[in-house]
Design a protein around this ligand. Sequence first.
Ligand code: FAD
Ligand code: NAP
Ligand code: HEM
Length: 472
Amino acid sequence: MSAEVKPESVSLGPLGPAGAPGPEPLCVLGTGDLGRSLGQRLLRAGYRVVYGSRRPGSCGPLPEGAQVMSHAAAAQAARLVFVCIHRENYAFLEALAPELKGKVLVDVSNNLKKNLHPEANAEYLQRLVPGAHVVKAFNTLSAWTLQTGPSDANRQVHLCGDSAEAKDAVADVAAKLGFGAVDRGAVSAARELEDVPLQLFPQWRLPLRLAAGLTAFFFLYLLLRDVVSKYTSEGKDVSFRIMVSLANKVFPIVSLIMLSLCYLPGVMAAFLQLHRGTKYKRFPEWLDRWMLCRKQLGLLALGFASLHVLYTLIIPIRYYVRFRLSAITVSEIRENRTAAFDTTMAWRTDSYYAVGILGFGLYLLLGITSLPSVSNALSWREFSFIQSKLGFLTLLLCTFHTYLYGWDKFLRASSYRWYTPPGYMLCLLPPSAVLALKLLLLLPCVDRSLARIRQGRERARPREDAEKALLT
Ligand SMILES: Cc1cc2nc3c(=O)[nH]c(=O)nc-3n(C[C@H](O)[C@H](O)[C@H](O)COP(=O)(O)OP(=O)(O)OC[C@H]3O[C@@H](n4cnc5c(N)ncnc54)[C@H](O)[C@@H]3O)c2cc1C
Ligand SMILES: NC(=O)c1ccc[n+]([C@@H]2O[C@H](COP(=O)([O-])OP(=O)(O)OC[C@H]3O[C@@H](n4cnc5c(N)ncnc54)[C@H](OP(=O)(O)O)[C@@H]3O)[C@@H](O)[C@H]2O)c1
Ligand code: HEM
């Protein structure tokens, strides 16, 4: 123990609102980053703030107008106490049980890893101070957010606890600080709240893994097929193609597959509903998860398509392309011949460019409407029209663009080098399957049944009905 003399109460700065009779004080235990930011915000919102510190006389700079005291004195001074201390240092709170009896204790703590401790921090705190009403709150906000004020993404304070009055008291403070409160239930939900700050883009994980897997697979596939095979069979080194040509194949291929994977679960869900004859049965877990990450799948797919467009823009300025063009021109001059204008080729190239541009335009529209500020301004019907109807049109245009690009190459034996199909032929399989299944769903008889099911009607199931009748 240091011989330092600890004053019972230290006032910081001129006697401001903390000293004056007025709103009841709130206590903040711990003068670290979060304690300071929270105290500053509470003061700005008009509260009186008393800090409880191990070293009231020598703690770091604190917001002007706050008071700093020993833990016990600060805890006694307020009915609502924020514990801005790491869980590992909670043990001393057990001795403060008498001062904290009947008080609202706000646990803001987080952990460095999931499942680090057998019980949630808030439950541990409740065990240490059984007489207090522990509320888990504010842990999903950073000290920075508290200091700068609520932003769009962090407008909410999630809270949980066993006492409704205690939660109301904390929600009231959160509202005065400019945050909306979201009640997440009893203190047993604390672990879930404590895991929130540890998550890193949870809904992006699957789409990102899928994108990485597809990119790696097609890169290797095309590397072997287009570069290595050329070297082994013709002795030609075309490794320079990796940088632009290969990339400009891999990116659109991955984009098209991921785009079709956005629309496949909706089609599968429709067939499942048709099969079950009801929409009131839950989808299997994997289908639910897939449906929930369609936005992320779509946005990643858009990213890959944008890369394809950028790579396409530089095709005319590539050294390889310019060299090939001038070589052809020189050889035509030398041989005194002129290549005839190929109308079919002109139609083919213009068509696939045009369809690609239209597809990309709609792709961008899907991306724009997925921005919260835009989607909030649309009705559900408008959003669904763009995402679902125009989404399928995007898939159709992008697939058609690729078919047009392939043109007659599907029938040429030389396209199947090493007996393998080119990447764009492989990538046409998923979108073609999705579009064919969607076409089936659009058949009037199927569409009518599906619409009825989605309006809430249930198909009679003779066996189940008979079983029910037997039971009653
Ligand atoms: C660039 C881009 C951005 C995207 N942004 C988003 C986005 O912000 N948000 C998003 O959700 N998706 C987004 N997506 C993914 C995709 O566009 C949408 O999920 C789209 O709505 C899927 O359409 P769908 O017709 O396949 O399915 P849905 O629109 O889900 O459903 C088709 C039909 O099924 C019905 N239905 C769906 N689920 C159920 C159910 N459980 N019970 C009963 N009926 C049901 C619907 O009412 C609808 O009539 C994006 C895609 C891309 C490419
Ligand atoms: N920083 C953030 O952005 C953030 C966001 C959400 C949640 N949180 C949570 O908020 C809590 C505090 O985080 P922080 O970033 O403010 O940490 P910090 O800067 O390290 O501050 C912690 C404070 O705890 C007190 N303390 C340290 N050791 C102690 C001990 N042995 N006994 C009693 N008190 C002790 C100290 O205050 P005194 O010297 O005054 O006693 C110290 O300043 C943590 O549980 C954290 O998980 C932080
Ligand atoms: C501005 C819009 C677009 C233009 C101008 C465009 C242009 C092109 C060009 C020039 C090629 C041939 C590339 C080459 O020879 O190496 C190509 C191929 C291709 N494009 Fe597009 N495209 C566009 C949008 C799209 C979109 C939105 C998709 C959908 C994902 C897409 C998917 C493909 C595919 C899969 C290929 C075949 C790649 C391969 O060679 O294996 N394109 N496109």
